[in-house]
Write a protein that binds this ligand. Structure first.
Ligand code: AMP
Length: 376
């Protein structure tokens, strides 16, 4: 899609996005008012950002496709954290890739991610690398049960993990996650009896300028985000910002980064980072002065960052597996429906609803009314 230029002098910054899922779609929706143009690269048949910009449909490692992509954009980013690092490196050798490849590579491996956090002085849950069944048995003796066995790579939305509640669960989980005695590439984490789950979204500009959104309290169901609600004046805001700052400065990061934490008392234990815009920040489209999507684009395009201040009270509910009837949601003042154009499939994120209200109490009441309409 080419935007007609208002004057000959107008020259849009062309943004290349590796991945064309719903995050790419919402990035483009935020970028068009700024006059940005978008080109996506994604192997999917009908990616949901397709209606928002041209998509080069190719494997991420197809170098001819990557050459075509690089030739047509000024700056590149990724919206999918499992883009092969080799593809990201190929792009980064040809034009600015923001954020860079180091954060991507680290975020793809739960073990190296935890080691990086520890090296930066950020507490993590007790864990052990599992390469063999003997490693698993030793780790269970050391960490105890319950514990969570996870694949190091490619896990998301609760996939690639199993909770071990008792010794009877171990064999099945080991088989299900592909355990073998060569190189299983698993990690065992102690089960954290957390009080809350929080995420903190940080945006860092090309010059190192930083902005933080208010921390977000997240409720998961079956390992999938269900509800995300920003917390004005949370007592853990300063600590979360400190940990985020350490990570983004370490990577000389440019763009939005999400950091997920378990809250245990006054402590934050690092769970994982996502080197991209994040599901727990979708409320920011309506609920912040500048959304996470616009701020990511501002950062990677070298523009000044926007305010992360809240506009009233808001929260987000995911639509998982099925869509609500649009009219039943939209008849509620303060309800904003986002449909991703994806076909419904069990456990698939196909849209979200943001609720906005003038006070925390009104927001909670609106949630009680709208949540049953969404039905997941
Ligand atoms: P993850 O993919 O690692 O973010 O895990 C998805 C969700 O599973 C988390 O948001 C938690 O709700 C839960 N979970 C993951 N790891 C642990 C853990 N070590 N202890 C307790 N709950 C966990």
């Amino acid at each position: 899609m080419t935007i007609p230029h208002p004057t000959d002098a107008f020259r849009a910054t062309r943004i290349g996005i590796l991945g064309a899922g719903q995050l790419g779609r919402m990035l483009a929706l935020a970028g068009y008012p700024l006059g940005l143009e978008f080109l996506f690269l994604d192997p999917a048949e009908e990616p949901c950002a397709g209606p928002l910009g041209e998509v080069i449909r190719a494997d991420y490692l197809d170098t001819a496709a990557l050459d075509a992509f690089c030739a047509r954009v000024d700056v590149a980013t990724y919206e999918f954290e499992n883009v092969p690092v080799a593809a990201a490196e190929y792009v980064a050798q040809r034009l600015p890739l923001r954020p860079g490849t180091a954060a991507l590579a680290t975020g793809q491996d739960r073990l190296s991610e935890k080691q990086r956090f520890e090296s930066l002085g950020i507490p993590v849950p007790p864990h052990a690398a599992i390469d063999t069944r003997a490693d698993l048995d030793a780790a269970i003796s050391r960490l105890g049960l319950p514990a969570v066995l996870k694949t190091r790579r490619m896990g998301y939305d609760g996939k690639g993990q199993a909770v071990l509640r008792s010794a009877a669960d171990v064999d099945l989980a080991w088989a299900r996650l592909g355990g073998n005695d060569q190189a299983s590439n698993l990690i065992l984490e102690a089960f954290v009896p957390f009080d809350r789950e929080l995420s903190c979204l940080t945006v860092r500009g090309v010059g190192g300028d930083l902005a933080f959104y208010p921390v977000i309290e997240n409720v998961h169901r079956s390992g999938i985000l269900h509800c995300a609600r920003p917390q004005p004046a949370d007592p853990l805001q300063t600590l979360a910002e400190d940990y985020c700052r350490r990570v983004v400065e370490h990577f000389d990061y440019v763009g939005v980064m999400a950091f997920e934490f378990f809250v245990v008392g006054e402590r934050l234990l690092a769970n994982e980072i996502a080197p991209r815009v994040h599901n727990s920040g979708h409320w920011s489209i309506e609920g912040a002065e500048c959304s996470q999507f616009e701020n990511h684009l501002r950062a990677i395009a070298g523009l000044p960052l926007g305010s992360t201040a809240l506009r009233g009270h808001s929260l987000m509910l995911n639509c998982i597996g099925a869509e609500p009837e649009p009219a039943t949601v939209l008849q509620n003042p303060g309800a904003h429906l986002h449909r991703y154009g994806k076909s419904p499939k069990p456990l698939r994120k196909i849209g979200h609803v943001t609720l906005t209200a003038a006070s925390a109490a009104e927001l909670t009441a609106l949630q009680a009314h709208v949540e049953p309409l969404i039905g997941n």
